[in-house]
Design a protein around this ligand. Sequence first.
Ligand code: F6R
Length: 367
Amino acid sequence: EKGGFEHFMLKEIFEQPKSILDTMRGRLLVDEGIIKMAGIWDHLERLTNAERIIIIACGTSWHAGLIGEYLIEEFARIPVEVEYASEFRYRNPIVSSKDIVIAISQSGETADTMAAIKLAKEKGAFVYGICNVVDSSIARFTDAGSYTHAGPEIGVASTKAFTAQLTILSLIAIKIGHHNGNLGKAEFMRLITELDAIPKKVEEVLNSVDKTVKEIAAKFVDANNFLYLGRGYNFPAALEGALKLKEISYIHAEGYPAAEMKHGPIALIDENMPIVIIAPKIGHYDKIVSNVQEIKARKGKVIAIVNKGDTQVAAMADYIIEIPETAECFSPILASIPLQLLAYYIAVDRGANVDQPRNLAKSVTVE
Ligand code: F6R
């Protein structure tokens, strides 16, 4: 059932070219130049006229929500707030019938997310669900929604569901932006063509980085701490990379926006601190170069995720992992692959139970 892989998590990481394609199937029609999504189409006016979108989720799904904020604000120009479902539900949030709430949940059973949805509905909001498990409680209870179609995710640490969530959020943001006139035809076509190429690029990443990441992982089995840094779209990707490591290897890890380093975390950097930095060419590259300089001046160990052919960051980093170029908004999908593998191989080297990490459950039905 693990398809020849040692763990479900590894199988699911390697399934991503297919799961992303399954999420886009029948929806992203590049030749016709359209994005076809029934859930969105049926409520297009409501969505395009929303004064505000509130995204609620927990854990990895919340990280996808943060990237959703960047996507929706950039392409649809609708203000977005992203909240932990557990905070939202307990603080008497200001929500009205003018708001759209997007709830994201792989399992569709997370108790806090469900309670937050109930509250939002009581206050009159229209709730759109993004779930992976078909016919789950959240999928049934929301007003409309889209399934991610990533297939069953067995490993407790979410991998393919996360990249499927990013895919759906990309489709939604681009579709709304195209409809409400913020995205011109040429830019719309450029984006959907690029998104269409993502499954192939994910495949390319899996084939080209697996061995390198495994070797890097072996060097950090005994690390006690890790810092993950990224900017813009890759800031939430850094949070997610850190969460993956924490969950399955039990190494303390923190994700941070790279620019915030100087406001505190820089005090932690010495020759014993491994720092994973997401540094693609498009998107604040020069700023990331300076961050790497600051880290190296303090002798931190840099593991950099860079685009193929990178020279500046590559020259300073201790280890590099190369990914292909893509639009900035899709780079978290590609960057996530080596981050998942890094967490996986470190956990395996430490003898941890990667599919069933201690204290964690696949669906969190406690509040
Ligand atoms: C992380 C992880 C959890 C879940 C969180 C929300 O790998 O699996 O953080 O993301 O419990 O779960 P769902 O998406 O099922 O609502």
